[in-house]
Ligand binder design. Structure first.
Ligand SMILES: Cc1cc2nc3c(=O)[nH]c(=O)nc-3n(C[C@H](O)[C@H](O)[C@H](O)COP(=O)(O)OP(=O)(O)OC[C@H]3O[C@@H](n4cnc5c(N)ncnc54)[C@H](O)[C@@H]3O)c2cc1C
Length: 498
């Protein structure tokens, strides 16, 4: 057994949540280890819907374009009736992109491709997951966590300041902490299988037997691959044959067609749907993110997205705490993210009921653009605002022009690990500059010009107002010039004192 010196953070689990957290820490120079008990990367399609809010997060992480290049948009869905006729409709509902919301449609990207891009980004930043390394025990005290890992070459004990359980629905970390995971089993068991098949074209998402839980089967061409994903409910009990022959038989039985043949299966799973939420997201120096903190039915494509955004919320806070920010900032992770998961569990469960009735349509409510933290202790307004954009809301995008002449966007100004302070038509600086804070003045004497009025439309600020945008793209504070002193107090609480 070996014992290593202290690193800041141990992340247990290199799925979508663990990888996102690792990227967030890596780009802030925080020391960490990312361990994964599997010997190789997971290769299932599972969470294949990337919602518009996650696309914004991926833009900030520097991986959006690579992910779009690998995946695609959702095809239309074709619903077959028993007489063999069919009707087609949009599988996802979205409006046009707007200056404030540049991404408007969910993307389809199999989870193994998304995670591959994340690993590539992590490698660019000088890190990689440690495969075949399992967390098997830990103890925490006031100054840190001592964790035991089991790997190919034996056991190892490491000392870290914080441990994050990004270890999925059966989370070892959650069990070890004895954190309750109340909720319900939804009485639905389903299969999901990534297969090579013939007999169906790749232009549409084929849906058979909608509204009938005994006979439903959906067969979706997986963007960026030669695979189709088969999904369908199965009886609650009993063996299920997930071989190519077994799936061919299941498809034949449900579609009445013998021209659809499954030739090979690259990944398949049979699972019971649950909706569960951890009682706590933090216990001392240990945190839960992603499926470790919440599990839910796949309807609505929320799981991976919520998991990524958990990690995106926690990453910058851990980095700030490692640099000396007050501990209350870490408490705000649970305060902000647990209510989001609670709402998402209700949404996914309602969509499952709609699917049972054959009425599944995914609209704006699944895009996650309206998620915000207005009740957070870190959402401050001086004076209190009566409407429009509020502290805690997602900070909208807006096209702008730099006074140097080039076009830019607010999201370009936000991109990176820093906070952003925007002054609208301000006369003078609100505060001295400092590391980790970018200050821009928008308006006639500023460095950026709101040429099309899009910033004004989205933010609704009065002349002289300041808006402080967090590293994760949410509004931290909206402060009128007469209250500019409040900005200094706010920044001290997040570790950015002058
Ligand atoms: C069958 C199925 C279908 C799904 N379909 C969808 C969908 O259509 N849309 C959607 O959005 N979401 C879907 N999801 C959910 C989505 O896949 C998850 O929300 C997402 O994977 C969560 O990411 P995560 O990183 O939190 O957890 P995971 O992806 O589960 O990753 C956790 C990782 O931790 C590792 N680990 C566990 N214990 C240890 C340990 N002790 N030490 C080290 N490593 C450990 C595991 O090996 C795993 O790699 C589906 C999930 C399942 C199971």
């Amino acid at each position: 057994m070996t014992e290593n010196s202290t690193v800041d953070v141990l992340i247990s689990g290199a799925g979508a949540a663990g990888l996102t957290l690792a990227i967030e820490l890596a780009r802030r120079g925080v020391s960490f280890r990312l361990i994964e008990k599997l010997n190789d990367p997971f290769r299932g399609s599972r969470g294949k819907g990337i919602q518009p809010r996650s696309q914004e997060v991926f833009e900030d992480l520097g991986i959006l374009d690579r992910i779009v290049a690998l995946g695609g948009i959702y095809p239309r869905q074709r619903e077959y009736r028993d007489d063999g006729n069919f009707s087609e409709s949009d599988a996802v509902v979205g409006g046009e992109p707007t200056p404030a919301e540049p991404y408007h449609l969910p993307l389809m990207v199999p989870q193994f491709l998304t995670e591959g891009v994340m690993r590539e980004r992590l490698l660019e930043l000088g890190h990689r997951p440690e495969f075949a390394s399992e967390l098997i025990g830990f103890e925490q005290d006031e100054t840190g966590v001592t964790a035991r890992l089991k790997g190919i070459s034996g056991e190892e004990t490491i000392r870290v300041r914080w441990l994050v359980g990004a270890d999925g629905g059966r989370s070892f970390v959650r069990h070890a902490l004895d954190i309750g995971f109340p909720g319900k089993t939804l009485g639905v068991r389903a299969i999901v299988a990534d297969v090579i098949l013939t007999g169906l074209d790749r232009d549409v998402w084929h849906r058979f037997g909608d509204g009938d839980m005994q006979r439903q089967v959906a067969i979706c061409p997986l963007a960026g691959t030669d695979l189709f994903q088969i999904q369908g409910p199965i009886p609650l009990e009993g063996e299920v044959d997930l071989s190519a022959a077994g799936l061919t038989a299941l498809v034949k039985e449900r579609t009445g067609r013998d021209d659809i043949e499954v030739h090979s299966v690259s990944w398949a799973s049979a699972f019971h749907m649950n909706a569960r939420l951890a009682d706590r997201y933090r216990l001392g120096r240990v945190f839960l993110v992603g499926d470790a903190a919440h599990t839910h039915p796949p309807t609505g494509g929320q799981g991976l997205n919520t998991s990524v955004q958990d990690a995106y919320n926690l990453g910058w806070k851990l980095a700030a705490a490692a640099a000396g920010a007050p501990d209350a900032l870490l408490d705000s992770y649970e305060e902000e993210r647990r209510p989001v998961a609670a709402a998402m569990l209700g949404l996914a469960t309602n969509l499952l009921d709609a699917l049972k009735r054959g009425e599944m349509r995914r609209g704006r409510e699944v895009h996650q653009l309206d998620i915000g933290y207005p009740s957070s202790s870190f959402a401050v307004e001086k004076p209190e605002r009566r409407g429009g954009l509020l502290a805690g809301d997602r900070a909208p995008d807006a096209p702008l022009r730099g006074v140097g002449g080039q076009t830019t966007r607010l999201f370009e100004l936000f991109k990176g690990a820093h906070w952003t302070l925007l002054g609208y038509e301000v006369e003078q600086a609100a505060m001295p500059p400092r590391p980790g804070l970018h200050i821009h003045r928008i308006g006639r004497r500023g460095d950026v010009i709101d040429e099309g009025g899009h910033f004004h439309d989205a933010y609704g600020l009065a002349s002289g107002d300041w808006v402080l945008v967090r590293p994760d793209g949410y509004v931290g504070a909206i402060i009128a010039s007469a209250h500019a002193w409040a900005l200094e107090a706010y920044l001290a609480n997040v570790g950015l004192a002058a």
